[in-house]
Design a protein around this ligand. Structure first.
Ligand code: MD3
Ligand code: FE
Length: 234
């Protein structure tokens, strides 16, 4: 069964960082897995992102709404196959608003939230994500994280650097995490996945871990990158 042996309560990990275990119903988890399977097929296939220095991420990623490539958002996946990404559906924006409202206990905060992109990450047993900040968005709106499948060790750090102090949290299938306010630009990462901890019958995922992050890019149209804006500002 998917019920935890001991219930895990909602936890405010830091100001603006709220963990809500088991927020997604089993049905919702299966629906999200099915939707992610489709997005992983195209129009832009899921792939290992290549970093500017030539490194290859161990995580596989597909984006909808806007395409993230290090370190900018575009409408077309110029580092994959050049095609426009799939649209960001209204039902996913509604899920994001419900997530923010529930995590903060503040329906108005949910109502203001209007995510326009999702990064969908798939972790096999060996994948990990180093400590980093998400700062390519031109918005201070919260990031909503939804986890499905195998559990992971998630490391939530500070806004200064990759090191201590940080808090380690286990993220399990169905967990919601909202990162807003003072936590929005904190360093964070996934040091390891815990293979075999997911329930394929509940999720429809045979193995591995799926994470969706919903974000507001703060971008309007076209292909405007932070680099372009910095150049335009000069
Ligand atoms: C805290 N993803 O896609 S989700 C990412 O599990 C990313 O795939 C991880 O970090 C994953 O950028 C972590 C939790 C998360 C996501 C975004 C954040 C935490 C965050 C943005 C700001 C602060
Ligand atoms: Fe991140």
């Amino acid at each position: 069964m998917s019920d935890a042996l001991f219930p895990r309560p909602r936890a405010v990990v830091a100001p603006g960082a709220v963990h809500v275990p088991g927020w997604l119903s089993p049905e919702r988890q299966r629906e999200l897995v099915a939707a992610c399977r489709e997005w992983a097929r195209g129009p832009v296939p899921i792939r290992h992102t290549v970093l500017p220095g030539g490194g290859v991420m161990s995580v596989q990623t597909v984006c909808i709404g806007w395409h993230w490539q290090p370190y900018r958002y575009t409408r077309t996946a110029d580092d994959v196959n050049g095609r426009p990404v799939a649209p960001f559906p209204d039902w996913l924006a509604a899920l994001g608003r419900a997530a923010v409202a529930d995590a903060y206990g503040d329906p108005a905060a949910g109502g203001r939230y209007s995510p326009d992109t999702a990064l969908i990450n798939f972790y096999d047993g060996d994948a990990r994500m180093g400590m980093h900040q998400d700062k390519d968005e031109r918005s201070g709106a919260p990031v909503v994280s939804l986890s499905i499948g195998d559990s992971c060790l998630f490391r939530f750090g500070n806004t200064e650097d990759r090191g201590r102090p940080y808090t380690d949290v286990e993220l399990a299938s169905g967990d919601l995490f909202v990162f807003g306010g003072a936590s929005r630009f904190a360093f964070h990462g996934v040091p390891k996945v815990l293979p075999g901890t997911g329930d394929p019958t509940t999720t429809g995922l045979a193995g591995g871990r799926l994470n969706l992050t919903l974000r507001e890019t703060g971008l309007k149209e076209g292909r405007v990158s932070n680099a372009d804006r910095r150049a335009a500002d000069r």
